[in-house]
Each structure stands twice: as structure tokens, then as C-alpha cells.
Design a protein around this ligand. Structure first.
Ligand code: AMP
Ligand code: ZN
Length: 118
């Protein structure tokens, strides 16, 4: 059921046209390591369907968000980051600092993260 955007770097990762360090995948989502980690653990969770960002989420496709967050919770236990904690971020649009226009959730862990962001 994957809908691909040919110009999208994350769609290319999904379709194995670009290599990545994959942690987990199923028919709906892919989890891989960020190429430029900002913390000892820095994962990206993406839907296999090309959705631009959270602004494109609505009642017809929001099931994927449920699935992604259930998987994040499960992965956090498996990666042993749930006790010390972690941060989940999705950047949306220009002011949100989004650089890749395929919906993704960052999971950052393994050090004390600062707040607020810049
Ligand atoms: P954002 O700035 O929220 O759009 O996040 C995009 C993220 O994708 C950045 O943290 C990049 O380091 C990461 N990224 C870009 N290209 C790749 C790649 N080929 N493999 C893994 N991560 C990537
Ligand atoms: Zn895409």
C-alpha cells in the first residue's frame, strides 16, 4: 500500500534505492538511524506511505500515527531508553525546521536533552 514520491529521499530509503541503518520495519512503517545523530540514540520513524508532514494527517490516515507511537513505546523498552527517558519530535514546515518533506518522528535518547529548543 506504499505510495511513493520519486523525488523524496525517505521514499528512496523505503525502496532500498538509498542505504540506511534499519532498526525495524513492517508493512506500514520503517525505523532507521539518523545519518547525523544529535544524541547517542537518534532514530527516525516514518510511514511507508509518502505523507508530507503532520499537516497532511486527517481522519483518513491518522491510524498510522497510532501505530507509530505504539511502536516507539515498544522500541523504547527494547532499546532500554524508557527508564532514563527520551524525546519524540516531528518538525513541520519551514518554521518547524523540517528539512525532509516526508513525515518523520525523531526519537532522541542517551543524554540529558535541553529545553527549550532554539
Ligand atoms: P528534519 O530536519 O526534521 O526534516 O529531519 C530530517 C532528518 O533526516 C535529519 O536529522 C537528517 O540528519 C536526517 N537524514 C537526512 N538524510 C538521511 C539519510 N540518508 N539517512 C538517515 N537520515 C537522514
Ligand atoms: Zn517520501
Amino acid at each position: 500500500m506504499s505510495i511513493t514520491n520519486q523525488d523524496c529521499i525517505f521514499c528512496k530509503i523505503i525502496n532500498n534505492q538509498i542505504k540506511s541503518d534499519i532498526i525495524y520495519q513492517d508493512n506500514r512503517i520503517l525505523v532507521f538511524k539518523d545519518i547525523n545523530p544529535e544524541a547517542p540514540v537518534h532514530l527516525l520513524i516514518i510511514p511507508k506511505e509518502h505523507i508530507k508532514n503532520i499537516s497532511e494527517i486527517n481522519s483518513s490516515n491518522s491510524d498510522i500515527i497510532k501505530h507509530i507511537f505504539e511502536k516507539i513505546s515498544e522500541l523504547a523498552v527494547n532499546l532500554n531508553i524508557n527508564k532514563d527517558g527520551y524525546r519524540v519530535i516531528t518538525n513541520c514546515g519551514k518554521h518547524g525546521g523540517q528539512t525532509v518533506e516526508h513525515l518523520h518522528f525523531h526519537v532522541l535518547a542517551g543524554r540529558q536533552l535541553q529545553w527549550p529548543p532554539g
